[in-house]
Design a protein around this ligand. Structure first.
Ligand code: FAD
Length: 431
């Protein structure tokens, strides 16, 4: 409660409906006052809040975030794999410094509903009015696409945590890896788009590295519906062979179908090369990391903002505005219109673009998305000293087209990964 009160009242109190007068003294003479509300204080939302205030310190910007501290997915695989000098503190940060320095309003509450007709955001304790809304709410899992039985879904969440959402799930996965004695550790990757395409392969490397270092008699078995890894494919296949020949088994054309917790078996559909068809196969598991299909946070769809058939938010091309409402922007992993990498770097890059667009819009100036392209770089550790990276640049014809470049595996790339991560954290959290 103390922390919430600090955020709510010590800086600029948010113009909550019941207290709308509080912000009256902040009116900027140059830009007609508009209230910008950002839902979600992860990589994209935090970047956008900070950038908006950098561009105009008098803007009325409110960030709403349910978690009390910022937790990172990037570098979580390194922590799970016990990579030297990466601690739990390196993944978790307070919001105080960035709120204090950038002076946006911060409401530490859970959003429960958005009324797009009345332009209101409902949290557990307040109702907040907006002129422009930025939805930076990240992902959620859709277990129902792979499992019908509710009890099994509950068990999966607890016993085989997906760990694509930071915090509790990462702690659970770390405990599972630390207590692992011997046997098969299964990583099951979903079909379709998901958060951080290279993430599960990096995780396989980090866990295999941990098992080898601790001389644990284990196999890390990757079940992948694809023919090859979803990102940096040949580098990961090379790393599996070069560093983890006897530990990692990569199974392409393999989709999770069911799990039997009593028999400790996973059933998966696998393309049988002799029969030339997909057959059901079983594999025993000691522990597993079942990653279900991903989709945009359900607040987006439930509030009437269009999503595509896979559950990702639809955008009005070439903008990051929702196709359903011109005053509402979608940022980060929840976006579904363009083939953007679902990465923290991309979330950050798009956060900048939306901030610039809103400033132009308030000044009634034209903003050209085609001349403000996002960019991406994504690093993956393949052992405790070396990494591989992919960089994306984009151009626009009738949609965003990605060009990419993949590095070699090297120690230099691992050093660059560390510089990138701590640089990004420093940038958005002012640590
Ligand atoms: C294992 C792993 C490794 C990764 N490694 C990298 C990497 O090396 N490099 C890289 O670029 N990317 C990496 N990523 C991807 C990166 O974490 C995501 O792409 C990034 O977090 C997306 O940012 P976002 O703003 O869309 O979502 P998030 O960062 O998840 O932010 C969403 C925010 O919304 C908040 N929220 C949700 N619902 C509500 C609600 N109802 N009320 C209030 N607040 C709410 C959440 O608490 C959260 O803070 C990795 C991901 C994983 C899982």
């Amino acid at each position: 409660m103390i922390r919430r009160d600090f955020f709510k009242y010590s800086l600029f109190a948010a113009s909550i409906l019941t207290t709308t007068k509080i912000n009256a003294y902040l009116i900027n003479e140059n830009i007609k006052k508009s209230k910008i509300v950002i839902c979600g204080g992860g990589f994209s939302g935090l970047t956008c809040a900070k950038r908006l205030k950098q561009l105009d310190k008098n803007l009325d910007v409110t960030l709403i975030e349910k978690n009390e501290n910022f937790s990172s997915c990037p570098f979580s695989n390194l922590w799970i794999g016990d990579v030297k000098n990466i601690s739990y503190e390196d993944l978790n940060y307070d919001y105080y410094k960035t709120v204090e320095k950038n002076r946006f309003n911060f409401i530490n509450e859970t959003i429960i509903k958005i009324d797009k007709d009345k332009k209101l955001v409902y949290t557990t304790e307040n109702i907040i009015k907006y002129d422009y809304l930025i939805l930076a709410l990240g992902i959620q899992y859709n277990y129902k696409k792979i499992l019908k039985d509710e009890n099994k879904i509950k068990k999966c969440k607890v016993q085989t945590p997906a760990a694509l959402i930071p915090g509790n799930e990462h702690l659970a996965l770390k405990r599972i890896v630390k207590n692992f004695n011997s046997g098969n550790f299964i990583i099951s990757i979903p079909n379709g788009a998901y958060r951080c395409p290279p993430g599960p392969y990096e995780r396989a490397c980090m866990i295999a590295n941990y098992f080898q270092t601790h001389k644990i008699d284990a196999k890390v078995i990757i079940l992948d519906p694809r023919d090859k890894p979803a990102a940096k494919p040949y580098k990961f296949l090379k790393a599996f062979k070069q560093f983890y020949k006897n530990t990692i088994i990569y199974k392409p054309y393999s989709s999770f179908k069911d799990i039997d917790f009593e028999k400790k078996e996973i059933i998966y559909k696998n393309f049988d090369e002799k029969e030339l068809e997909y057959l059901d196969k079983k594999i025993s598991f000691e522990q597993a990391n079942i990653i279900p299909p991903n989709e945009a946070n359900s607040l987006i769809k439930n509030s009437g903002f269009a999503v595509n058939e896979s559950g990702w938010a639809r955008l009005k091309k070439p903008t990051f505005r929702s196709i359903s409402d011109d005053r509402v922007y979608i940022l980060g992993d929840a976006q579904g219109e363009y083939a953007f990498a679902k990465s923290a770097q991309m979330a950050n890059s798009c956060g900048y673009i939306v901030a610039e667009e809103i400033i132009s819009r308030l000044k009634k100036q034209k903003f050209d998305y085609k001349n403000n392209m996002p960019g991406n770089v994504c690093y993956s550790m393949v052992n405790k000293n070396e990494a591989v990276s992919i960089t994306h640049s984009y151009e626009y014809t009738n949609t965003f087209i990605a060009n990419y470049e993949i590095s070699d595996i090297s120690k230099d790339v691992a050093d660059a990964a560390k510089a990138w991560y701590f640089g990004m954290i420093n940038e958005i959290l002012e640590i």
